[in-house]
Ligand binder design. Structure first.
Ligand code: CMC
Length: 381
């Protein structure tokens, strides 16, 4: 049977506005510009809950009790170290290897090394998810240190995901402000409905393929500039602008060249991205704490200039750029930071898809030619 069951007017390019499934993990309300995690508005969680608590909420459906949080934290701490084959593999790679390509390969290698790779029971997926969420900050910090030619460090117990990452990358304890800033960043980026990478993970899971394949594919999807790489591109944009005096010129040139302002616009939110105001506030505080507000100042003025010129709202990636920069994270690692935060969301969606699975297989409207006659090889022009 032909796939042409849909009429042309029913095709929504990029699946825009299409409801592709149900979820109880997060609600991206584009009209009210709200982001809800399992019933909690993010404004309710930010500044009150830790990333570990929010991760537990997203993965298991409810905020943990004190005892559950203690057990969850212990579980994460006990699984943070990188397996020796992963370290060995990383060290064979050129220093210049792309961080997202490296992360994608490391996650894939985790699957190769897991004897229960193909066990798609919910218990097995949960076990793999906990392990992967626990180890992701270690992997990303190791990628950063490998790129910088520095020796890799081992995680120490007693600190959360965010503080662990900063220690593993920089080799020194972060300040409480820095640890809280990254913790909030992780919370704000932990999940976001059926965004491209999450939908990718669900599609892979829908075929009854394994957890690692789903996450590997999600990392590959996040790598694109219209998705996760926008934070890196936003920082490159700020660097190219260089000073507030250059903003107007940059805006006019970008408009004239019909190029995109990175960190602006959103497919779903019709107004302000609800995450952006928190990230802006954190970036401001971090900048002030190091006595260097240049990147924040450029960002704030650019936000205003782009609004005046094109009425575009900023999205999550815009102030993520200066925030991550103020944490001393190299720009090339930015998208892997997004992956660190989103690992919990991807994992929750893999579990949800696997728990009530139906193969994801939409139709395509064929628009190519029909009824062509075969031409033998020697007669083709
Ligand atoms: N800069 C300039 N113009 C823009 C931008 C932008 N960032 N975003 C949208 N527009 C314009 C676009 O040119 C078009 O105008 P016109 O109708 O005059 O041609 C109109 O807005 C609609 O754009 P669209 O591409 O049809 O909208 P979309 O829903 O497909 O795009 C988007 C959403 C996020 C891909 C887009 O806004 C974009 O490219 N933004 C820059 C990249 C970015 O920041 N990505 C991060 C997205 S949020 C986090 C994440 O998912 O990772």
């Amino acid at each position: 049977m032909s796939e042409q069951a849909t009429q042309p007017e029913q095709v929504r390019k990029g699946l825009e506005g299409v409801v592709a499934g149900e979820t109880s993990i997060s609600d991206v309300d584009g009209h009210r510009c709200q982001l809800i995690y399992r019933g909690y508005h993010i404004d309710e969680l930010i500044g009150r809950a830790s990333y570990e608590e929010v991760g537990y909420l997203l993965l298991f459906g409810a905020l943990p009790t004190r005892a559950q949080l203690a057990e969850w934290t212990t579980q994460l701490e006990s699984q943070r170290a990188m397996d020796p084959p992963l370290t060995a593999f990383l060290q064979t790679l050129p220093k210049a290897a792309g961080p997202m390509a490296t992360l994608r390969s490391l996650v894939s290698l985790m699957g190769v090394l897991d004897p229960s790779e193909n066990d798609t029971s919910l218990e097995s997926i949960k076990r793999k998810a906990v392990r992967t969420i626990a180890v992701i900050p270690t992997l990303v910090a190791a990628i950063g240190r490998h790129r910088a030619g520095q020796p890799l460090l081992s995680p120490t117990p007693g600190v959360g995901q965010a503080a662990t990452f900063l220690y593993l990358l920089h080799g020194k304890e972060p300040t409480p402000l820095q640890a809280r800033a990254l913790d909030a960043y992780f919370i704000l980026l932990a999940d976001h409905g059926f965004n491209a990478s999450t939908f990718t993970a669900r599609t892979v899971t829908g075929t009854q393929s394994d957890y690692y394949s789903a996450i590997t594919a999600a990392v590959g999807s996040l790598k694109g500039p219209l998705h996760g790489a926008a934070n890196r591109k936003a920082m490159e944009m700020l660097t190219e602008i260089g000073s507030v005096e250059q903003i107007e010129h940059y805006v006019q040139r970008t408009l004239a060249d019909h190029k995109r302002f990175m960190g602006f616009g959103h497919r779903v939110y019709k107004g302000a991205d609800p995450r952006a105001k928190h990230l802006k506030e954190i970036a401001k505080r971090l900048g002030e704490s190091v006595g260097e507000t240049r990147w924040f100042d450029i960002s704030e003025r650019l936000q205003e200039a782009v609004w005046q010129a094109k009425k575009l709202y900023i999205n999550v990636d815009f102030y993520s750029a200066s925030l991550l920069h103020y944490l001393g994270i190299p720009t090339e690692l930015f998208t892997t930071m997004f992956a660190c935060a989103r690992m919990v969301g991807w994992s929750a969606h893999v579990l949800e898809q696997a728990a009530d699975n139906r193969l994801i297989r939409p139709l395509a409207l064929y628009i190519g030619p029909r009824e062509l006659k075969f031409v033998p090889l020697d007669h083709r022009k």
